[in-house]
Write a protein that binds this ligand. Structure first.
Ligand SMILES: *Cc1c(COP(=O)(O)O)cnc(C)c1O
Length: 370
């Protein structure tokens, strides 16, 4: 782009928007370096793939490719509602939870409204807030996690929305039930709280709250979950939102009529029915996470303990160099300097072969440097 023809025509908030930076696709790295063997550990995807039941469901859906999907997503919403023990009308589905996160901003926030999120929080929150012209209020993090007291203190008369991820991405931190309880007690009911639980399946700490337990007491609370991570459906784009019927109704008014395609709907129903697959994904994750932490400890590499399927380690001044060396060796990681986490690199937990690939390359890098 050399000359701007339409800049003056765009809404002011569009010009300062920082686009989301996704993980590099495997095919792109293969093209760039002529590699065949690539381990993508950059997008917190499921290294087990998806349940075999999912693949069957997608296959049976193929004959309907010429039909519009069920715009009401009846079977999927019904399956989700039963799975979480809530009413059908308390569930909305989206083209990934990402779509739902942005729809919430469109429902509740406009120019000069304030939307609160934490430093080092998911990049989609500032994008969602700013895309509707709202003011993004970034509250400084505490120990890489959400400082819930400071976030509650940041609420003003103009605050419409608060985005919170538990566990948080990219840092992997979690807060406790007590912290959450205190926080919710301080938030007025005319401020909507979005609790993003994209990684809830991986949590293995009893003190971490489950958002669903707080819905009855707080009609201003929305829980967002996804099929992209533990269920392994990232490519299909499907996530869901749980909240009070009224808010779910507003979301349904605004969303596009066929936002979740038929393959995604059928796949998500099948995925939900195979909890054994989720359990094996979670078990594999615990194993890979233990191997990563052992490696970091053995090499005195600082890391941020994580409750998710990813972990950030501190590469310090070598971050850019190491990242490049990993790429050349076929390992795609995610530098998080765009999150203000200078020197840190995020690695997703992969399967055994991918972990071995990562650790072998890391050993080579460290040895070459010694
Ligand atoms: C991956 C992720 C999501 C899920 O995104 P989808 O659009 O459902 O694929 C949501 N929130 C956070 C914090 C994430 O890391």
């Amino acid at each position: 782009m050399t000359q701007s023809l339409f800049c003056d025509l765009t809404l002011p908030q569009i010009q300062t928007l920082m686009p989301y930076i996704p993980g590099k696709p495997i095919s792109e790295l293969q093209r760039e370096f002529g590699l065949t063997h690539v381990s993508k550990l950059a997008s917190n995807e499921n290294p087990l793939g998806a349940s075999p039941m999912v693949l069957k469901a997608i296959e049976s859906e193929m004959l309907n490719v010429s039909r519009y999907p069920d715009g009401n997503a009846y079977y999927l919403r019904d399956a989700i509602a039963k799975f979480i023990g809530r009413d059908f009308n308390q569930v909305a589905v989206g083209n990934g939870s990402n779509e739902l996160l942005t729809l919430i901003a469109r429902v509740f926030a406009g120019p000069l409204d304030e939307v609160i999120y934490s430093q080092y929080a998911f990049a989609v929150y500032p994008i969602s807030a700013k895309s509707v012209g709202a003011i993004g209020v970034e509250v400084p993090s505490k120990d890489w996690g959400h400082d819930l007291n400071a976030m509650a203190a940041a609420v003003t008369e103009r605050t419409k929305l608060i985005y919170i991820a538990n566990p948080n991405n990219p840092t992997g931190t979690c807060f406790t039930q007590a912290e959450w309880h205190n926080f919710m007690a301080k938030i007025p009911q005319n401020v909507v709280v979005v609790l993003d639980e994209a990684y809830v399946e991986y949590v293995n700490d009893d003190t971490t709250p489950n958002g669903l337990d707080y819905l009855d007491a707080a009609p201003n609370l929305l829980i967002s979950r996804t099929f992209s991570k533990a269920y392994g459906l990232a490519s299909l784009r499907v996530g869901y939102l749980v909240g009070c019927e009224e808010i779910i109704q507003y979301i349904n008014k605004l969303r596009e009529p066929f936002n979740v395609n038929s393959f995604a709907q059928a796949a998500a129903v099948a995925a939900l029915a195979d909890q054994q697959f989720v359990a094996s994904a979670v078990a594999l994750n615990a194993q890979g996470m233990a191997a990563l932490m052992a490696f970091f400890q053995a090499h005195a590499i600082e890391y941020i303990p994580s409750q998710g399927n990813f972990i950030c380690f501190n590469a310090g001044e070598f971050a850019a160099d190491w990242h490049q060396q990993f790429l050349k060796s076929g390992v795609i990681l995610r530098p998080v300097s765009n999150y203000g986490m200078q020197g840190y690199i995020r690695v997703s937990v992969g399967n055994e072969a991918e972990m071995a690939h990562f650790l072998t390359v890391f050993n080579q890098i460290l040895q070459a440097q010694a």
